[in-house]
Structures are given as structure tokens and as C-alpha cells.
Design a protein around this ligand. Structure first.
Ligand code: GLN
Length: 538
């Protein structure tokens, strides 16, 4: 009988549930178990594809094209298991299925009720994913925080599953223990309340992962033990760390893996995290920096700067920098300022390399184009990702090919010089306002030309990479772009679409229509990022 672990957040958002799930997955995988991780998002959205990045963070794209929560990226980076639709459930998906079944008379004339029909559908989905992925232990992250309305039906599903399989289901509460500055002491009360809220949903936590700025001491573990109804050993200290890749190692210091196995009545097993331990040691020892600027617009929420929208890009930079024994220093560069004031472009010279990542809509596009032009002319290593490639093509068309009005159909209706255009089938979808899950999504093949930077990086010519875009390099302009020196370094063989561009006589100027960042792993940096960082260091 497969096992299930539900992970629930307490006290606040962003408490680190996703990393906890990824870390537990990593530990159990290293003990020889097959694992599957599922994120349950409480949104009514069918997927994350229609949510603004500053609202929800990066949209992570699975191999099969699922547009999901960024936590799936952490699951992948930790366990190297590719994500698919199986790993992502939203309230919207659940209701959509239940309503469809009702319309198809699949409830046989019964009235369809929120409880138990919605939790039953959640349970069915979880079990289906576990079975399909031949998972021995499935770890399910329930989005949000205990105590709010929105995730109640997921908690209800978890409670019902425990009732059905008392020996096969565990609960982990990931909670936050603040240290108010004025008090200077770690406080357990909010976590006690979180545990009580969980109790009122009919759930008793088996473990608490105590997140906080500092480690949790014995005295406070004892306090939580009494108030939360559990043994001291099951309260695991989870302090802030320099590198998230240290977290599985920290959990294992408290023997979390075997404690989980014991509760499932499974034999204890040794975990093997040696290569990760080496990596973490290496990260700590690095002194020399490599400075990378990301020119983007999805940083600001109110008065705070959040990097969540570009999390996979950031992690990919880190993996490659560590590979080259450098400490990455990442800078957020607001494209807006280059639009308003061209002289501020000079600051780009301070960085070893510049990335223009993906994006949507016309806001701040001109600032990014100026930054790309500056990198091209000043020989600053440049990597363009998706929109980054499209804008590099526009820049080249305007300034080298002298197509003054060059643009993308996404931003300009002046269709005469739109070097980035929309495919006919996409045009039809847009006309019908069918926006959700209709972009070019997920894995598509690309053939790399020999003797290019990309070929040197990948060392093979046939690759598969993940996509998320609606617009493409317009093949009508390929001739003139190539004549003026733009190299089409990678092509999708099925549709003859340009996937990678580069220019000559530049230390590194490569841009991709796909998103290589999703495939980078801490111990297996993505080839293109690896070569980019190498050029930056040079
Ligand atoms: N907005 C562009 C498109 O839809 C680029 C998308 C992206 O950067 N992910 O084609």
C-alpha cells in the first residue's frame, strides 16, 4: 500500500512548505523510495498560466506543458523528477471535473455535494498520480495556511484519507516561530494556534517543522510538545540557511527520514546525501564573485522587491556559477529606468553578464531593447530567454537591418515589420479569447546547428526544451536577419521555427525561444547557462 504525507503551512505564507516537501522527497528518494510530489493550489484558476507573476511568483512549466506553481520547480531541482499535470491540482480543476461528471450523469442521479464529493475528487486525483507514477511515498503540499477558508476542502480530503488509511497517511505542519526584535526570544504561541486550527479540521500533526531565523531549542520543543500533543522528537528545528540545498541535510541531522519511515512501520534506511553535502561545502567555500544583472519588470510588490517571478532563472545562475567555482551575485535591474534615461545604461558595464528573461505585454519593452543593444555593442555577455530572444531579434532588426519599425505583434499592430509574429492557429485562439493553456507549452524538439556556441554547450544536436510563448520569429524576415549576421543556431524541425539565435564576434550573445532555466539542477547545471557564466567569468 503506497504511503501519503500531507504538508500543511502554519502562521503565514512563504513559510517554506515547498522546499520542505522537496527536501523530504529528496531524503526519501536517497533512501531508495520512489516518490511523487503534488502541489494543491487553492485557487479557482485551472492552472497558474493566467496569474500575474508578481501575484503568484514564477509560472513553472512541466514537460507536458502544465503551467504550475513555482514549487514544482523546487520539487524538480531537488529530486530531478520531471513535473507533469500529475503534480499539480487546483480548486478549479477539481470543481471542473466534478461538474463535468455531474453533467455526464456519472453520479447516477444523486445530489452532488461540496462535501464529500469535492474532497473525494481530490483524493481520487492524489491516488491516481501516486499510482501512475508508481510512487511508494507521495508527498502532498496543501497551499496556503491552516485556518483560512480557501484550503478547507483540501484539509477535509486529507482528514478523510487518514480515516480510510490510518497507517498510510501522515501530517506535517510547517510553521513559523517569530523572534520579535524587541523581545529577542523565539515565540511558540502562533504555532500552538496553528496546531489547534489543524485539530479543529480533524487533523493531528505527526511532525512540526519549526521554521525560524534561529534553531529551535530543547525548551521550546518541550513546550510545543505539550501544547501540540506530540512527542519532543517529532518537533524538528528548521532554521534559516544560506543555501536551500542545505535543508535536506539539516532535516537528516534530526533523523527526519527514519522518523517518517518508523511512523509508516517501514524499516529505517540510510540516506545518501553525500554529493549534496559536498555541494553545500563547496558553496560555503566560494569567495570570488560573478556578477549577473537580470533586466526585468516583475520585481516590485508595493515597497518590497521580490525575486520569486524569476526563481528558476536565479537558481540556474547559481548552479552554473557554483560549477565554475564562483559565488553568484545577482542584481535586479528595472528595465523602466533604461527607458527613461539612456545614460543609466552605462551601469550595465558593472556586471559580468546580463540576462533578459521572459515576459508579457508591452510595458517596459523599450528599456529591455536598449539594454540588449548596449550588451551587443559593448560586448557584454548576454543571454536572452523567450521574450529576451524576441527582443534581441527586434533590436537586431531595427539597428542592424535598419527595419526602423521592427516590432512584435504582441505589442504593435503595425504588421509590416513585425519580425516577431503570431502563428495562424494562435491568431484564431486569440480572436476567440481562448487564453488559458493555449500557448506553445512544454517540451518541443530543437535541432542545433554544428559549430555554434549552443552545440559546444550541449554537445548533441537534438534537444528537447520547455516552452511557454505565443509569438515566434517571423520566417519572412529570416533571410534579411541572416544576411546581416544573425545566426539561427537552433530550429524546431517540425514547424521550421527559430529556437536559438546568436551573433558572431561577441564573447557570448545567445538567446532562446525556450526556457532552459527549468531544466537546470544543482549538480547538473544547464549547458547554456554553464557556457554563459563561463563567458561572464572570462
Ligand atoms: N510574450 C512572449 C510570447 O508570448 C514571450 C513569452 C515568454 O517570455 N515566456 O511569445
Amino acid at each position: 500500500m503506497p504511503k501519503f504525507i500531507f504538508v500543511i503551512g502554519g502562521v503565514m505564507f512563504s513559510v517554506g512548505k515547498g522546499i520542505a516537501v522537496a527536501s523530504i522527497g529528496k531524503i526519501l528518494q536517497s533512501k531508495g523510495f520512489s516518490v511523487c510530489m503534488i502541489k494543491c493550489d487553492m485557487y479557482v484558476n485551472i492552472d497558474a498560466g493566467t496569474i500575474r507573476p508578481t501575484e503568484h511568483g514564477e509560472v513553472f512549466v512541466g514537460k507536458d506543458g502544465i503551467e504550475a506553481d513555482q514549487d514544482l520547480g523546487n520539487y524538480e531541482r531537488f529530486t530531478d523528477i520531471a513535473s507533469t499535470k500529475d503534480n499539480y491540482i487546483t480548486t478549479g480543476q477539481i470543481y471542473q471535473t466534478v461538474i463535468k461528471k455531474e453533467r455526464n450523469l456519472e453520479y447516477g442521479g444523486e445530489d452532488v455535494e461540496v462535501v464529500p464529493d469535492i474532497p473525494n475528487e481530490i483524493i481520487r486525483r492524489i491516488k491516481e498520480s501516486s499510482l501512475k507514477n508508481k510512487s511508494q511515498i507521495t508527498i502532498i503540499e496543501i497551499g496556503g495556511t491552516v485556518g483560512e477558508y480557501q484550503n478547507l476542502l483540501f484539509l477535509e480530503a486529507a482528514r478523510m484519507m487518514k480515516f480510510q488509511h490510518p497507517k498510510g497517511v501522515l501530517f506535517i505542519l510547517v510553521s513559523y516561530l517569530p523572534i520579535p526584535k524587541k523581545v529577542g526570544e523565539m515565540k511558540t504561541k502562533p504555532t500552538q494556534y496553528a496546531s489547534r486550527s489543524l485539530n479543529s479540521a480533524g487533523i493531528q500533526a505527526d511532525f512540526i517543522l519549526a521554521r525560524g531565523e534561529k534553531p529551535l531549542d530543547r525548551k521550546r520543543k518541550e513546550k510545543l510538545s505539550i501544547f501540540c500533543n506530540m512527542s519532543v522528537e517529532d518537533i524538528i528545528s528548521a532554521p534559516d540557511v544560506d543555501s536551500i540545498y542545505n535543508i535536506p541535510i539539516n532535516f537528516e541531522k534530526e533523523n527526519l527520514g527514519n522518523k517518517i519511515l518508523k511512523k509508516f512501520s517501514l524499516k529505517p534506511k540510510k540516506s545518501n546525501l553525500d554529493d549534496w553535502k559536498q555541494l553545500v561545502k563547496k558553496i560555503k567555500s566560494l569567495k570570488k564573485q560573478v556578477k549577473i544583472g537580470i533586466v526585468g519588470k516583475y520585481f516590485a510588490t508595493g515597497d518590497f522587491v521580490l525575486a520569486d517571478s524569476y526563481i528558476s532563472v536565479i537558481e540556474a545562475i547559481k548552479h552554473s556559477s557554483w560549477f565554475h567555482k564562483k559565488k553568484p551575485k545577482i542584481y535586479w535591474l528595472f528595465s523602466e529606468k533604461y527607458e527613461k534615461n539612456s545614460s543609466s545604461l552605462q551601469e550595465l558595464k558593472k556586471y559580468d553578464g546580463i540576462i533578459v528573461p521572459g515576459g508579457f505585454g508591452s510595458r517596459e519593452v523599450e528599456g529591455k531593447i536598449k539594454a540588449i543593444e548596449f550588451c551587443r555593442k559593448n560586448k557584454i555577455p548576454f543571454l536572452g530567454l523567450c521574450l529576451g530572444m524576441q527582443l534581441a531579434v527586434i533590436e537586431f532588426a531595427r539597428n542592424v537591418c535598419k527595419l526602423k519599425n521592427a516590432h512584435s505583434t504582441e505589442m504593435s499592430q503595425n504588421e509590416k515589420e513585425n519580425v516577431i509574429d503570431v502563428m495562424p492557429e494562435q491568431k484564431a485562439l486569440l480572436k476567440e479569447k481562448k487564453y488559458g493553456a493555449t500557448m506553445r507549452l512544454g517540451d518541443y524538439p530543437c535541432q542545433i546547428k554544428p559549430n555554434t556556441t549552443s552545440f559546444k554547450a550541449y554537445r548533441i544536436s537534438d534537444i528537447l526544451e520547455r516552452h511557454r510563448h505565443r509569438y515566434e520569429l517571423n520566417n519572412e524576415f529570416r533571410g534579411i536577419l541572416e544576411k546581416k549576421g544573425l545566426i539561427m543556431a537552433g530550429i524546431n524541425p517540425d514547424r521550421d521555427l527559430v529556437e536559438i539565435i546568436k551573433i558572431k564576434n561577441h564573447p557570448f550573445f545567445v538567446a532562446t525561444q525556450f526556457h532552459p532555466e527549468f531544466e537546470s539542477r544543482p549538480l547538473k547545471p544547464h549547458p547554456l547557462f554553464r557556457e554563459f557564466i563561463k563567458a561572464c567569468i572570462r
